[in-house]
Design a protein around this ligand. Structure first.
Ligand code: SF4
Ligand code: SF4
Length: 103
């Protein structure tokens, strides 16, 4: 559950901070949920959300302005790392810090 101290819909920092990798079987091309066009299959073991390995990362599925109003356009179909990411965790705080948001 998100930490009530943070409103993720007014943040989005983690979606523009980290590489988001998952197993290709979770992608639509192999019968999974993550829609085709939002990720690349790098090899038989790794698929990656597009945009998350850029120098200034930003997931292709992130819509809106970081720190103001955002949404994940594939929220119900997002990959496991996104489901497991915890608001208020050290990684969350690191992402917020990187985007100049209060911790
Ligand atoms: S899939 Fe959605 S929740 Fe996951 S990094 Fe991209 S925008 Fe964020
Ligand atoms: S960085 Fe933390 S507060 Fe911001 S969207 Fe991600 S989980 Fe939510």
């Amino acid at each position: 559950m998100p930490d009530p101290a943070f409103d993720c819909t007014a943040c989005g920092a983690c979606c523009a901070c980290f590489r988001v990798d998952f197993h290709p079987s979770c992608g639509e091309a192999q019968g999974g949920l993550v829609p085709e066009g939002f990720y690349d299959e790098l090899n038989p073991a790794i698929a990656r959300m597009r945009g998350t390995d850029h120098v200034s990362p930003r997931c292709l599925a992130l819509c809106g302005t970081i720190g103001q109003a955002v949404r994940c356009v594939i929220y119900d179909e997002r990959p496991d790392p996104c489901r497991e990411f915890e608001a208020g965790s050290p990684a969350c705080l690191r992402a917020r810090r990187r985007h100049g948001l209060p911790e």
